[in-house]
Ligand binder design. Structure first.
Ligand SMILES: [Zn+2]
Length: 139
């Protein structure tokens, strides 16, 4: 991914794809007014070589295969400061407010698996409606 499509976050050293960064900065602003401090970010965009290193160091299944992680696409963050634990006020606040900005703790990461991992998945629009649409059977 070229550096030009990445934008810095208020958190030093952290970057995301431009649209994800803009949405995250809005969400971070709301978090600040609620908790009086910025969100704590441990990881955001992870360059390909870094992902390869992690994949080689960790046990199979512990890190996403290089190139498939949302971190490699610049649309995922790993959070700390309370958001990383289920049941904290920060985590509950995120579950309530992050979706308004297109951010969510994805299905696979819930139930205490990776509560710190959040992905930018903006409203998919009509596609999702089409997938769940079922014809009404009439006789
Ligand atoms: Zn993550």
């Amino acid at each position: 991914m070229p550096d030009t499509s990445l934008c810095p976050l208020p958190q030093p050293g952290e970057r995301l794809r431009a649209d994800a960064a803009a949405a995250f900065i809005e969400l971070d602003g709301e978090f600040r007014s609620e908790f009086g401090r910025p969100m704590c970010v441990t990881d955001s965009y992870r360059p390909y070589h870094e992902q390869v290193r992690l994949f080689q160091e960790m046990l199979p299944g512990m890190a996403a295969r290089p190139g498939t992680s949302a971190h490699g696409l610049g649309v995922a963050v790993d959070l700390c400061g309370g958001v990383h634990e289920l049941g904290t006020p920060e985590h509950r606040w995120m579950l309530d407010h992050a979706p308004e900005h297109g951010w969510e703790n994805p299905e696979w990461a819930r139930d205490g698996f990776e509560p710190w991992h959040w992905e930018y998945t903006p409203d998919p629009g009509p596609d999702r409606t089409a997938q769940t649409w079922e014809p009404t059977l009439t006789s």
